[in-house]
Design a protein around this ligand. Structure first.
Ligand SMILES: [Zn+2]
Length: 339
């Protein structure tokens, strides 16, 4: 998260129990401290193997209405809200223990996870954080979604979203800090459209859904157990999902994300492209001659991070240019993402 110079973890464990939004299963979740450089790791303590699944985009298995990670035979679905909470507060190392396959939905927002992180406390670690800087524009399109990333010193998200009829069109833009995360985004609840409910139930989704943990939009009416928390609650929740999905790059992002009708498939597609840009080989920097100087040989050849590139560029000029790689295939059900 913007402004965090050192890696951070939790000061002590914190637990919460509830049901999963899509599975409907009972689950206990415990957030635990983790050593420097471990990243965020899910651990399935209900499995004999106590399987661990690192929260990395390479482990994304499904993106239909939520983001599912898997590794071997173990999976965890709907990872985005708890990941957004850790990212929003700048927690870079933690273990998320679950005794089922899905974190608790709580009230459909990230409010409960923020409370857990506050209860646990955040502890700075000695190791510096290595942010992932977007160094050139990247655009990703998927089923009517356009999501782009631009160079920016902080982590900013601008988003607009609407249903196919153009109702409930909302717009929001936020420069993310731990404060704006908690105040402007974290309380926005998940939502779906009434006409989708039959499809979702037939596909084994929203088994734990209710008006206590989701907002349902029916024609021009909004069905909810409590009043709207923000005037633009839907698009703010879309931003919450983007934060969680993009945290799968595995490092705090520096960039401006601009999203039109985002969904998990496109969010994860963009995460892959950002990672791809950060890992691009330093072809142009192999031999660079500033005027009047002898040629400078780069000691790096492959897979330098964006900060390494910045630090090794003798004049501060960037070796990389607009992302020209072909879109990567994204595992996806092809449906819109309405949570
Ligand atoms: Zn969501």
């Amino acid at each position: 998260m913007c402004g965090v110079l050192h890696q951070q973890t939790l000061a002590k464990p914190a637990s919460f129990s509830g049901i999963g939004l899509h599975s409907g299963n009972k689950v206990s979740m415990t957030l635990l401290p983790a050593p420097p450089n471990s990243g965020i790791i899910f651990r399935r303590v209900d499995l004999d193997s106590r399987a661990e699944i690192p929260a990395q985009v390479g482990n994304v298995a499904e993106t239909d209405r939520s983001t599912t990670l898997s590794r071997g035979n173990a999976k965890v679905q709907t990872v985005e809200h708890v990941l957004a909470s850790l990212c929003g507060f700048g927690v870079t190392n933690a273990v998320i223990e679950l005794d089922s396959s899905e974190p608790p939905v709580a009230d459909g927002s990230a409010r409960q996870f923020c409370k857990m992180i506050r209860e646990a406390g955040i502890e700075a670690q000695a190791e510096r954080v290595e942010p992932m800087q977007v160094t050139a524009p990247i655009e990703y399109t998927h089923n009517g979604t356009v999501i782009s990333a631009f160079p920016h010193d902080g982590f900013k998200i601008t988003c607009t979203s609407s249903d196919n009829g153009g109702r409930f069109t909302q717009f929001f833009s936020v420069e993310l800090t731990p404060e704006t995360w908690e105040i402007e985004i974290a309380h926005a609840r998940t939502f779906c459209f009434y006409k989708e409910i039959e499809y979702l139930i037939k596909n084994g989704l929203i088994r734990g859904g209710s008006l206590e943990n989701a907002i349902v939009i029916r024609d021009d009416a909004v069905l909810t157990a409590e009043p709207m928390r923000y005037r633009e609650e839907f698009v703010r929740h879309k931003i919450l999902d983007i934060i969680g999905d993009l945290s799968l790059v595995g490092a705090p992002l520096r960039g401006h994300i601009v999203a039109v009708k985002p969904g998990h498939a496109a969010n994860c597609g963009l995460a892959r492209r950002i990672l791809q840009q950060a890992r691009r080989p330093l072809v142009a920097a192999q031999s660079f001659s500033p005027p009047g100087d002898k040629p400078v040989k780069s000691t790096h050849s492959t897979h330098a991070t964006s900060s390494e590139r910045r630090n090794n560029s003798p004049t501060g000029l960037r070796a990389d240019h607009a992302d020209s790689a072909a879109p990567l295939p994204v595992p996806d059900g092809g449906q819109g993402d309405a949570d």
